[in-house]
Design a protein around this ligand. Structure first.
Ligand code: BDP
Length: 721
């Protein structure tokens, strides 16, 4: 096409928004054109062609990615060549010449099955850049890493990268229902079009796999933890198989949630007792049936005896009985069971924060080898801030899998800009003391602390049918950041933010620096305007949209916000010390001792562990009420600062993404004020103190805030409304 026509078509496409929509859709794989001639020269002179060693679907996928990216970076084709200088050579170790294998021996010794090397080498006496690994999947990961170097504008003349994932099972958990609603989903409907599967294979499936592979995610649980046993029936297994086939070249295994009562619901048996022989056989046959269709099926994720889900307790059996029974079915095929520790009961009067620990810790060392116990980052529920879950410091003989929530159930849905890797990092870097000092959660999870064979990290996905996958353009950073931390749980969230911004928007430092700072502060900002100083779970109930600290009438006490803040005329906060629930005793001594007194408790956790009088004097010399009020206000002010920052970025961002973020930030500001006003109006009845001068009076009275109803807030299960 001649240049003039090219321009006209581009103009036409951009005027109807297609190119811009594409930008959101392409996530961090924009492969933006490299116009700087020096940079361009660095890449194109070092790479003259592409050479594949061996053949496989995964290698093809790697080569295609590089070819497409090349076109996009340089408006130039990269040709397949079999010989010549400066080739980019892709192939696994077994395909290398014995001499090269020998030369790279010590490097290969440093990587695991999914790791890779990217190196300048000499092949047939000619300089080349080699991307190699012990497996083709490693080569694919290396290819994405190589492209990232270009996206970040790094010099590749002396490229030398060795990397391996530190965690084995890097898995997204989709809380997607078979009717395509998504529990706690704020980005449209489920991307799995069950009705039209297995025949209709949407291009999104492949792009989903590409995006995940580019950050090293290697598993996906397709269905909600509140499970439907229908997905285990033959017609659905066919559908799952079709997805598995799309994902396979990208190294992504599929998993399903197993409803514990499936043997009953199928009509085959009249019990689901895990110790019953027929039940055991039922699950074995089911696993055989699945593996016959999907040989690399990953296994099951199970939510049992939690929030009304059936489980082994229904038959007087334990979580160990349930999990070990299921592993018998999948183990012969190399599958695993991810058994969730998210349990609490309305019949147990103990502090909800203590219940999972009490139930699971006695089982330490009793689960079979191929069980991962999946533990949420905190003991309550994915709050804007929680101390790490005490289970991480108390089950050294059990492989523990981290569960983070990427979807923002409690953090403003898809309308608030919150960079979650900051939250994830805070948990991962917390010291559990399980093996003395320096026993971080990251070391528990990656298995290095107790030499674990099986390791994993799960993230509850924020993906849906929205054109840009996640609704909020910055929600993509949370998916991206989860993947990066699952690969390397020691990574600095600053680095993640910076990489993501460059790959998603532009390398221009005048954009990257201020927006990175904005992202890094955003998590603390949301904590300030929702749940400052250790407050938690004061969202309106059911949908969890907006504030609801007054809610007190739900049948389950621990679903009521008043259960968590315990505000009264005496003070506010949950006493979890010896004088209260003593949940603190579930932590190792250095923590339990330090946090036993409010003076030595970090202020960020103050009201998580202590009930304190409103006039309690804080470090800055002001009292608790003053600090609560001014922190809410700071949260609001910081959202204003985010808006100011973003307004200066217009020239660096395409119109569509710029406008969308601008509008969402306005929603965030409105909701931050709503949080401040509603919570302060409510708590003030108990504190009976004036608001500090710097904090405006709430816009409306408390009755107004209480009267707000949101029957159609997204993400809710109808039965929970
Ligand atoms: C809670 C959610 C609920 C989930 C549950 C879980 O409100 O929708 O089913 O966690 O993780 O946060 O099982």
């Amino acid at each position: 096409m001649n240049i003039k026509r090219h321009i006209i078509v581009l103009f036409f496409l951009s005027s109807i928004g297609i190119l811009n929509a594409q930008k959101g859709y392409d996530l961090w794989l924009q492969y933006s054109e490299i116009s700087d001639s020096q940079l361009k020269n660095n890449y194109t002179s070092n790479i003259k062609g592409l050479k594949l060693l061996g053949s496989s679907a995964t290698l093809d996928v790697s080569a295609n990615e590089i070819k497409n990216a090349w076109n996009s970076f340089f408006d130039q084709e990269i040709k397949n060549l079999t010989e010549g200088e400066n080739l980019l050579v892709l192939g696994s170790k077994d395909e290398l010449s014995p001499a090269l294998q020998e030369e790279l021996k010590s490097e290969f010794a440093k990587i695991n099955e999914e790791g890779f090397l990217i190196k300048k080498v000499s092949i047939a006496n000619k300089p080349a850049i080699l991307i190699t690994a012990k497996s083709d999947i490693g080569v694919l990961y290396g290819s994405f890493r190589f492209l990232k170097e270009i996206q970040l504008h790094n010099d590749i003349s002396d490229i030398d990268i060795i990397d391996s994932p530190k965690i084995q099972k890097r898995v997204l958990n989709h809380w997607d229902n078979l009717d395509r609603t998504v529990e706690r989903g704020y980005a449209g409907f489920s991307i799995w079009d069950w009705h039209l599967l297995p025949q209709l294979i949407k291009p999104e499936y492949k792009d989903y796999a590409r995006a995940n592979a580019s950050i090293g995610i290697n598993g996906t649980v397709l269905t909600n933890v509140n499970a439907n046993s229908l997905v285990l029936t033959a017609p659905y297994i066919e559908k799952v198989k079709a997805l598995a086939e799309v994902f396979r070249p990208y190294g992504i295994q599929v998993y399903l949630t197993a409803r514990f009562s499936a043997p009953l619901e199928s009509g085959d048996l009249d019990t689901a007792d895990p110790l019953n022989d027929e039940v055991r056989k039922w699950w074995k046959d089911k696993a055989d049936e699945i593996y016959a269709e999907i040989p690399d099926f990953g296994g099951f994720l199970v939510k049992a005896n939690s929030e009304g889900q059936p489980g082994p307790n229904n038959y007087g059996r334990s979580h160990v009985d349930g999990a070990n029974m299921l592993t018998e079915a999948v183990a012969p095929h190399g599958g695993i069971v991810m058994w969730r520790a998210f349990v609490y009961s309305e019949h147990d009067p103990a502090d909800r924060a203590k219940q999972a620990y009490s139930e699971f810790v006695p089982f330490d060392g009793k689960f079979q080898d191929n069980v991962l116990v999946q533990v949420k980052n905190g003991a309550i529920d994915f709050q804007p801030r929680e101390p790490f879950h005490p289970i991480f410091g108390a089950m050294p003989d059990t492989p523990l899998m981290m569960e983070f929530q990427i979807t923002q159930e409690y953090l403003g849905f898809s309308s608030h800009l919150v960079f979650l890797p900051k939250l994830f990092e805070e948990t991962l870097q917390s010291d559990t003391y399980v093996k003395g000092e320096n026993s971080s959660v990251a070391k528990v999870i990656d298995g290095t602390l107790s030499n674990k064979k099986l390791t994993g990290m799960a993230g509850v996905a924020n993906i849906g049918t929205e054109k840009n996958w996640t609704g909020h353009p910055f929600g993509q950073a949370n998916w991206y950041g989860f993947g990066r931390l699952a690969w390397d749980p020691y990574l600095d969230s600053k680095k993640i933010a910076e990489d993501w911004l460059k790959m998603t928007f532009t390398n221009n430092p005048e954009f990257v620096q201020p927006v990175k700072d904005m992202m890094l502060d955003s998590r603390e900002t949301v904590v300030k305007y929702m749940t400052p100083l250790g407050l938690h779970h004061i969202m309106d109930t059911g949908h969890h949209y907006g504030p609801g600290p007054w809610v007190s009438e739900l049948s389950r006490p621990e679903w009521n916000p008043v259960y968590y803040h315990k505000a009264n005329s005496e003070g506010i906060g949950f006493d979890r010390t010896k004088s209260g629930s003593n949940a603190l005793a579930q932590y190792a001594d250095p923590i339990a001792e330090k946090y036993s007194s409010p003076e030595t408790t970090p202020e960020k956790y103050l009201l998580w562990f202590h009930h304190l009088p409103w006039d309690y004097q804080m470090e800055n010399g002001n009292n608790l009420w003053f600090n609560i009020a001014t922190t809410y206000q700071e949260g609001v002010d910081e959202v204003r600062n985010m808006i100011d920052t973003w307004e200066k970025m217009e020239k660096y961002v395409d119109e569509q993404r710029y406008q969308k973020v601008s509008m969402l930030l306005q929603i965030q500001l409105k909701e931050a004020k709503w949080w401040r006003d509603a919570c302060l109006a409510y708590f003030q009845q108990f504190s009976n103190m004036e608001l500090p001068e710097s904090v405006p009076a709430p816009e409306h009275n408390l009755e107004y805030y209480k009267s707000l109803k949101f029957p159609f807030a997204p993400g809710i299960r109808p039965s929970w409304n």
